[in-house]
Design a protein around this ligand. Sequence first.
Ligand SMILES: Nc1ncnc2c1ncn2[C@@H]1O[C@H](COP(=O)(O)OP(=O)(O)OP(=O)(O)O)[C@@H](O)[C@H]1O
Length: 851
Amino acid sequence: MTPMLEQYVHWKDKYPDCLLFFRMGDFYEMFFEDAKTASAVLDITLTSRSKDSENQIPMAGVPFHSVDSYLGRLVAAGYRVAICEQITEPDGRTLVERSVTRIVTPGTWLPENSDGDGKIAACLFEGKNLSVALLDSASGALRAGTFALEGGVSILSAFAPNEVLLRRGQLEQFRKSCPSLTSCNTVERDKGDFSPPQASSWLCRKWNISSLSAMGLDDRDAAAGAAATAVKYLEETQFSKASHITAVTPILPRENLILDQNTQANLELIDQSTTSLFWVLNRCRTPMGKRMLKNWITSPLQDIAAIEARQDIVERLAGDPRLRARLGELLAGCRDMGKSLSRITLNMGSPSDMLVIKETLNFVPEIRALAAEDEALATLIPDCDTTELAALLMAAVADSVPRFLRDGGVIKGGFDAELDSWRSKAENSSSWLAAFEEAERARSGIKNLKAGVNKVFGYYIEIPKGNAGRAPMNYIRKQTLVNAERFITDELKAFEREMFSAESEMLAIEERIYAGLVEAVLAQAAAIQRTANFIAELDTLLSLGAVAAEQGYCRPQMDMSKDFVVKNARHPVVEVTLGKNPFTPNDFNFSDENGRRIAIITGPNMAGKSTYLRMAALIAVMAHMGSFIPAESAKIGLIDRVFTRIGARDELARGQSTFMVEMVETANILRHATDRSLIILDEVGRGTSTYDGLSIAWSVVEFLQGQEHARPRVFFATHYHELTQLAELLPGIVNLSMGVEESDRGVVFLHKIVEAPSDRSYGIEVARLAGVPAAVLRRSEELLATFEERGAEKNEEVKSSQQNQLTLFDVRQEAVLEELAACDPNNMTPMAALELVCRLREESRKVLGFK
Ligand SMILES: Nc1ncnc2c1ncn2[C@@H]1O[C@H](COP(=O)(O)OP(=O)(O)OP(=O)(O)O)[C@@H](O)[C@H]1O
């Protein structure tokens, strides 16, 4: 094996779980298995080193200047890549030294010019609790908290991390508890990393504080362990101090409206598609704003004051097109300062990141001034000052910079006198040489004397052979050509030395100044980050204000009631995609006053049931993120969680049948819905035989209706007409249906909700519209008549079993008993026994409705 390959193997052995990108000149090369993997994933040619020998070594490479796009694809495919750089200059004789300088992983991937989420979660299961830390690598935002298992899982899954860090040995538990995150990349970390005392003191040292309680987190909280684990991981993989992470913010239990990943996907909240809520709401001018808007959509608020504070600003911006235009212009000049700061802090920054910070900071004074003019906007202005840094960067960083520092030209002219003098020497070299040539011609009287430069031999004076004898005394012969002699003088030699050193001098000066700039940026990291956040927030609110104005949205009234009253609501996405055809607005009308909280929605296929259901959920999400909503007016009581069971997504890849998934999701809803939840159920029970399905759907509605202490708001669309009888049997249930008009030419969908059950399902009419052959339709009609007759008898039976209605009381009671039956008092410590008694007492009191 050659010394170079030995070096490769040395580093590969140190990072066995990574693909090793081994820098060789202008390429990153991979060998052995890594080469095969990379060639398959990246679709690059697999060659081999030492082609002639018997032991051919597979090899594949990518050019260093476009490495980002390859890294992006590998990371997206779940690989980790260790970047092994050359750390000494090649001299052609000795082996270049190399070292791994960073590890690119799904959670730490922050590409310069594209969206890299870079979201890391660290979590620790302890008894019935789950502690989580959520780190957004791009903005440096770190949040942490400890929750009861289910609450923690939903916060974790709502965060949608790219990478999850687990305590060694907890992988199985993670897979079991977080099925929606099974495809997420996981990394196991040592137990010590998670230990709260060690972790807290590590974080305190990092931030120079005496206790995490200064930030609202208890030093003994396991969440501190998770937080430290996430930060340490980022530092370890990036070989740097993550100084852009300046604090940990506790996640409060009721801070955000929870939308688990299923719901996020079902409602198409932030996908790339042109049917997502993000697509409608996004008018952001900056990548920072876009990132924040996505965060707001997936983590709406649960605090009325905070929601109203956002609404105030949206209202202000929606009502003032001139202010919007002025602010928009300034924001359009801002770039992704948050991410550039992170990249510089994590040692992956380039001169363009410095330029991004310079250009963005340059707009800050004007943006601050504009915001300060308005009472609502002024509340966003951060208490920090970046003017000095902005002035330094303005003076020092050139207006356009090369990709790499070593290419020169990053530092602006006029900033450093020495650099300027070297630059002017280099730039003036040709005019100096021309003047020198002129002077030498005059001095020697040789008219065809020439002064020039050549890469190999350097500077020279050339005199044709015939005149060579007339060369002045101080000319030193340098080279003989066929027709000419070349000379040099002391003066020209000195100039040559100066020119050759100019390049390396310039680079050295630029490097020194640049290092100073990096230091200045790092020293102001917290201020830059807060300013970045301010810009992002302003951009997001401006976007919401613009959409509110242009789409004619209204400000929803938010309160602590259980109302969901929306007048003339429109679906935010469908109304945009319908184009010229106007969207037919519809109402929602659940209020404490009318006592309604479950709507059974029937009507033919294609009538607009799903649209109505999703509209309710989207309006809830928008209202809680502080946005205005597509409606005439609205009064919405605070919602803690939106649950959805929609459609039949293909889960075969996860090894679960469609019906199984439907039931798992339904079970989750039934177990965790609270008094403040909003539940959207689209055709639950459809995935099995009619009577199984009907029975399940029926009992699900009964259950949701029968809960004493948890009465969620429910919209249930169904094709089971039998369910409409529930409105007569139980209070709080209302029948809605989608209006249909029958004419000679068939059915017409009115898309208008009416407060009555649909008289039938019109399935056969829809089949006719779709072009199903007449013979099939005739036969269907015949069969329908028979089935309906038989069905009527069955319904009587269902109604009569109504007294057996299941309630939450039974389920919770069962859970208490199950836990009691499972405990083993002989093997419990007195403390554990006491804890059990306390918990069971708590549960029992809940079941019995004690305060
Ligand atoms: N209120 C409305 N105004 C205008 N068009 C609407 C409205 N609601 C729905 N539509 C249109 O009708 C189409 C069908 O709606 P939707 O998918 O909600 O029907 P559905 O009753 O849920 O059907 P299925 O039972 O087959 O799922 C939508 O794609 C949309 O274009």
